[in-house]
Design a protein around this ligand. Structure first.
Ligand code: TRP
Ligand code: SF4
Length: 330
């Protein structure tokens, strides 16, 4: 007898090329989960509209790039169900139904609602869709009745709201259609960008999975180091150096220890130190680049994977929606 595997569901907004921060944060976690659980991973293209509704020119490209990044990065379509949100209309239908019972006050007090509006001043985010972002996310999640939802800390309020909506639905319709999903917190190793701040698309300090080898090497060459180390003869402090943070991720312990010592005595220069880590990074990214190149050239493979994944996802989503209609007597 094979025990039923617990289910995991997560999504990502296609808002640009994936960088090492996304990769080491989310994707490494997803890769580990797909070994053990029945995983559903989807590209949340409708969610991307909540902030990008006025310019949709690149959204299809972003969706495709994201799928290629996932596949190249090791998400395995044999193990995980990979799909695109907008292929499954049930997400929109459940969003509508949940919106009928979602109190506006719950949405207005959601911390990310206020924060994002403050952060993104250049767009008009006083929209219905933006306020309802977490309701769509709740629909995404509840349709698949997952046991766990792997997310970063920033998504916890959305998950709490999902549970509150599930409870409210079950209470109102005297049903148990929706089990309450638990979060599976992603241990986000904070990845530092080339300027020493947190790696983030909005800071333009990322190293992307889609960067070429020369681009990666160039980015490392110009990466900031211990700011107090001005001349080659100045001793440095690795604890204050973003390049050393990369060594901690990519270099073997022996190399790290050696650099830690040699930097402090100025026995190694920053140029050589950066070259060492660039070599390791290139080594790790090369297999990803190879798969990326193949998938970029022959996009039919990506299409097939998404078609099959969307079909599987639709079966689950349809079954849940049927239960929902039943419970609501629609
Ligand atoms: N809001 C999530 C993010 O920005 C993306 C997302 C959409 C999601 N729907 C989801 C994550 C459902 C987990 C489950 O990262
Ligand atoms: Fe940073 Fe390496 Fe230069 Fe030391 S030698 S300051 S760790 S780049």
């Amino acid at each position: 007898m094979t025990p039923i595997r617990k289910r995991v569901l997560s999504g990502m907004q296609p808002s640009g090329l994936m960088h090492l921060g996304n990769y080491l944060g989310a994707l490494e976690n997803w890769k580990a989960l797909q070994e053990q659980y029945d995983c559903y991973f989807f590209v949340a293209d409708w969610h991307a509209l909540s902030t990008n509704y006025a310019d949709t020119s690149r959204i299809r490209m972003f969706v495709r790039d994201m799928l290629i990044d996932w596949l190249a990065g090791g998400i395995d379509p044999e193990r995980a169900t990979i799909f695109i949100q907008s292929r499954i209309p049930e997400h929109a239908i459940l969003h509508l139904l949940l919106s009928m019972m979602a109190p506006v006050s719950w949405l207005e007090r959601n911390p990310t609602y206020k924060e994002k509006q403050e952060e993104i001043k250049e767009k008009d985010l006083t929209t219905y869709g933006f306020l309802g972002y977490p309701v769509l996310q709740a629909a995404d999640i509840l349709l698949y009745k997952p046991d766990f939802v792997p997310v970063g800390k920033d998504q916890l309020p959305h998950l709490e709201l999902t549970r509150e909506l599930a409870r409210r639905f079950n209470d109102i319709y005297k049903t148990s259609v929706f089990p309450e999903p638990k979060e599976h917190l992603t241990k986000f190793p904070k990845v530092i960008g080339t300027d020493g701040r947190k790696m983030s698309k909005s800071y333009h300090n990322t190293i992307n999975l889609s960067d070429t080898e020369p681009a990666v090497r160039q980015k490392l060459k110009t990466m900031v180091t211990d700011p107090a180390r001005v001349r080659r003869t100045d001793p440095g402090n690795p604890d204050l150096c973003p390049v050393y943070e990369f060594h901690k991720i990519y270099s073997p312990q022996g190399t790290q220890d050696q650099i830690n010592k040699d930097c402090r005595t100025a026995a190694i220069g920053c140029i050589d130190c950066k070259k060492l880590v660039a070599d390791r990074l290139v080594e790790q990214l090369t297999p990803i680049w190879d798969i990326r190149a193949k998938l970029t050239q022959d996009s039919s493979q990506v299409d097939e994977i998404v078609d099959a994944g969307s079909k599987r996802a639709a079966t689950v989503a349809k079954a849940t929606l049927q239960e929902v209609n039943e419970a609501m007597k629609i």
